[in-house]
Design a protein around this ligand. Structure first.
Ligand SMILES: [Zn+2]
Ligand SMILES: [Zn+2]
Length: 318
């Protein structure tokens, strides 16, 4: 049996603390060490100390995904502990020094009809945490399907894109426990972040299809307990999965009705749904609308036409 312990670690974001998980079986493994702040380091160290573990006892660091609230401390911890970092290769790409998050998405902003002054506002809304960068050595790249062995159990690595392209969940089949990172949370619906296809950066990944497929896979796998990346444990996975699906179905219906008899670009749709958002929230809004519009288009529910590089959508007549 795996001996899994939750250590809440504070973050400077509205989402609140991130859950770091210690697997206290050999080799001692930490999932998502938390953000790179003094408060987070202190909370992590005192959480580990209360479990009788010091930083140097950690042999493996597993990252569910590359967002800074989850993985900011990975480099620091791996250096102190001499621990290897396990991360999906699509996330590792984003955790390099030269990676530019917005640069890869500029063509999508143009396609969305985002005004220049709003793009400037997004770019000026600087993250309170510096971008995490992983070392070039001591990394084990994951693709999904790997098994992390422990004395007394194992965790299966499941590739679950939809919130982030290289997001993984970890499944303990013995106890039917699933560590979901940000893929599934009890009270919040994770943002389906727009992601360029790493094989062709001009295309977007079908993030909502990927996310809904991942939710179906959770229903099929048989889960007794979900340990999420934020908030409380989930004992009734079916109702949380159903709630997440309902959230997206309602968004799809809302966007379809906005486009019934109207033609809008993604920025106009974002402003219709979220008139008051600012800065990085606008990025999140655009990201969410793209996820749903791309889904509806692939399902044949919308038609699109381009004008001066901006794409406009309307409800399909079929
Ligand atoms: Zn995240
Ligand atoms: Zn998170």
């Amino acid at each position: 049996m795996l001996d899994i312990h939750k250590i809440p670690v504070p973050t400077p974001y509205p989402v609140g603390p991130v859950n770091s998980y210690l697997i206290k079986n050999s080799p001692y493994t930490l999932v998502d060490p938390g953000p790179d702040t003094t408060e987070a380091r202190d909370a992590l160290m005192s959480g580990l100390a209360s479990l009788g573990i010091s930083l140097s006892d950690i042999s493996r660091i597993v990252l569910t995904h590359g967002h800074s609230d989850h993985c900011g401390l990975a480099s620091w911890l791996s250096e102190i502990a001499g621990a290897k970092i396990y991360v999906h290769l699509y996330e590792y790409r984003k955790l390099s020094m030269k990676y530019d998050f917005y640069q890869e998405r500029l063509s999508f902003f143009q396609e969305a009809g985002l005004p220049t002054e709003v793009l400037k506002e997004i770019l000026e809304d600087v993250d309170p945490l510096k971008k995490p960068v992983l070392p070039t050595n001591g990394i084990s790249l994951l693709r999904g399907g790997e098994v992390l062995e422990f004395g007394g159990g194992s965790l299966l690595v499941l590739h679950r894109p939809g919130h982030s392209d290289g997001h993984i969940c970890l499944y303990d089949h013995q106890s039917k426990i699933l560590l979901t990172g940000d893929f599934l949370l009890k009270l919040i619906s994770p943002n389906p972040n727009m992601e360029p296809d790493p094989r062709d950066f001009s295309k977007r990944q079908p993030v909502l299809h990927q996310y809904l497929d991942g939710l179906a896979a959770i229903e099929n796998i048989g889960v007794r307990l979900i340990l999420p990346g934020h908030g409380d444990n989930i004992y009734h996975s079916q109702s949380v999965v159903a709630k997440a699906k309902k959230h997206h179905m309602e968004r799809l219906a809302m966007i379809t009705s906005l486009l019934d008899g109207n033609t809008f670009n993604v920025y106009q749709l974002t402003r219709s749904l979220y008139p008051r958002i600012k800065g990085f929230e606008v990025y999140l809004g655009i990201s969410e609308i793209f996820a749903h519009v791309d889904y509806l288009l692939a399902e044949g529910k919308l038609t699109k036409k381009e004008s001066n590089g901006i794409v406009f959508y309307s409800k399909s007549c079929l």
